[in-house]
Ligand binder design. Structure first.
Ligand code: 5GP
Ligand code: ZN
Length: 114
């Protein structure tokens, strides 16, 4: 837990979120400001700022959740594809300093990558 971290507060249940999936070490929940229906974030439950801070086993667990969930999310919202990505560092657009993987469903003709 890191003080004042929104995603740690979600893990602790202090901020509500719509959970999609959960493992011992990872949590997936819907993005509060979705770029598309079904936009999901997958995070490690423990606080790590950027991907280089993630222990390999935890990175593996997070990625396992991403690989399992992405096809399920696509099918749930009838998407044609998905963008799966990490903004790693502020200059790359990372606003929440707790590693998270975006899974953004994409639809033919929806206007390009977010
Ligand atoms: P970043 O720009 O750091 O890669 O992405 C942060 C994401 O977290 C954004 O897509 C934003 O909508 C989402 N987000 C920020 N605060 C909250 C929150 O309190 N709850 C949820 N579910 N998502 C949040
Ligand atoms: Zn955190």
């Amino acid at each position: 837990m890191s003080e004042d971290c929104i995603f740690c507060s979600i893990v602790d249940g202090d901020i509500p979120a719509r959970t999609v999936h959960e493992t011992d070490g990872a949590l997936a929940f819907l993005d509060a400001n979705p770029l598309a229906p079904g936009h999901t974030l997958v995070i490690p439950k423990t606080h790590h700022g950027q991907i280089g801070d993630l222990p390999a086993d935890l990175a593996g667990e997070v990625f396992d959740v991403v690989t399992e969930l992405t096809p399920r999310i696509r099918s749930a919202v009838d998407a044609d594809a998905a963008n799966v990505g990490i903004n790693d560092g502020e200059a790359a657009g990372q606003e929440v300093p707790h590693v998270h993987v975006h899974v953004v469903p994409r639809f033919e003709g929806d206007g390009g990558a977010p």
